[in-house]
Design a protein around this ligand. Structure first.
Ligand code: GMT
Length: 387
């Protein structure tokens, strides 16, 4: 198949997943065209089946106070579909990408061609953006007009159906993990550098948005550090970073917390960690937790959204209500009770992560694309909204 992929090319989970999916499909012989405003973070090397088309937002035209990204993207989609003969578009995020794909499909119909699009919902568009009623009509319309819709967890599917008037079936296809990359490698030299006295190492990876509650991570760490010598690695960057650096200074933790910023080889840092913290206020899946589990790192997290579908309470780590920092710290201490306990949690985390192996999930996307293509061949026009 020839597939166009549209995503946010940043370090966020949806961009990571879209890129890994595209690369996985390319390895399986499909021709993949990434159509984004910047090269996706994980798309750094040549592959014969991978193409990259940059969307120019027209930002340098002085009249536009807001660059017309959507219009540029729609035009680029039409151009790539027509010139490379794409069979299907896969867009990540309902707004604006599904809405733009709808426009591109309309333009293509007017030029004698029907190209279906699949929309994958990742969460932020539904749970956060979606809660702003101003977006609701567009999100609802874009989802209903998609030729296929997937969500990354059962919880996200439910939230979508609860919050919007949706009349298309939503297929759940979970986030996945590539074990070629995410596995527990021996990084003893790193461990030695980070925790020279054999301290426990906690880790958190995110884009430091308020929803990630990175300050909770620091408060949890403070409680643990008071009881057992430990170190905290904070990976990523974003709007809350300065506030969190201030907090760690105020709590006297600067020598035990390292803010490492954005890192490409996250797996090398996960390889030295003992527990991953994810106290998010909202999380449709929690790809970062899955990446940790693949590296045999147990997870202590909140219990919101799709997290409990990934992190099994009492087995692969622990889950608690949002903001329950004392309980989360207690849970970490339970995992640290003995080396045997930590080992048991590590093994369970890996076993659970194996359920989300990329080799299981990519065929699900392929089968879904085939289904969407078959349906659109028998109905070469827009899906009817019958709700
Ligand atoms: O978590 C983020 O801030 C990034 C966000 C995104 O939209 O890129 O991630 C979302 O999509 C990921 C991939 O499907 C999920 O694993 C994350 O749980 C989800 N984030 C939220 O729901 C907050």
């Amino acid at each position: 198949m020839k597939i166009g992929v549209v995503c946010y090319p940043t370090y966020g989970g949806s961009g990571v997943l879209a890129t890994e999916l595209g690369l996985g499909l390319a390895r399986r012989g499909h021709e993949i065209h990434f159509i984004t405003y910047r090269r996706p973070a994980r798309l750094g090397f040549f592959h014969e089946n991978v193409f990259y088309h940059e969307v120019d937002s027209g930002a340098d035209y002085p009249l536009f106070e807001f660059a017309p990204y959507e219009t540029s993207l729609a035009s680029k989609l039409v151009d790539v579909v027509e010139n490379y003969g794409l069979d299907l578009l896969h867009v990540h995020y309902a707004v604006p990408h599904a809405a733009v794909a709808y426009m591109a499909r309309k333009i293509l119909i007017s030029r004698g061609r029907y190209v279906p699009f699949v929309t994958t919902l990742h969460g932020t568009d539904i749970t956060l953006v979606g809660s702003n009623p101003a977006f609701a009509p567009t999100i609802t319309f874009a989802i209903n007009k998609s030729d296929g819709v997937t969500a990354v967890s059962d919880a996200l599917k439910k939230a979508t159906l609860d919050n919007f008037e949706i009349c298309r079936p939503i297929q759940v296809i979970y986030n996945f993990i590539d074990f070629e990359r995410f596995k527990r490698n021996n990084k003893d030299h790193f461990k030695q550098a980070i925790a020279p006295q054999g301290e426990r190492i906690l880790i958190h990876v995110s884009n430091f948005r308020p929803v990630k509650r990175v300050d909770d991570v620091i408060y949890i760490f403070k409680i643990i550090n008071d009881q057992t010598p430990s170190k905290l690695l904070l990976i990523g960057d974003g709007p809350e970073r300065n506030k969190c650096e201030d907090l760690s200074r105020r709590l006297g933790l600067t020598k035990d917390i390292r803010f490492l910023g954005k890192q490409d080889a996250v797996e090398e840092l996960l390889a030295v960690a003992d527990v991953f913290l994810l106290p998010s206020a909202s999380e449709s899946f929690g790809l970062a937790a899955l990446e940790a589990m693949a590296c045999e790192v147990p997870v202590v997290s909140s219990n919101v959204g799709g997290i409990p579908e990934v992190n099994i309470d009492g087995v692969t780590g622990f889950t608690s209500g949002v903001g329950m920092v004392d309980k989360m710290a207690e849970d970490v201490m339970k995992i640290f009770e003995s080396d045997e306990t930590l080992q048991r949690f590590r093994a369970a985390a890996l076993k659970q992560a194996e359920r989300f192996d990329i080799d299981r999930m990519i065929p699900q996307y392929e089968a879904y694309y085939e289904k969407v293509l078959r349906a659109s061949r028998s109905r070469p026009e827009e899906p009817v909204m019958d709700c």
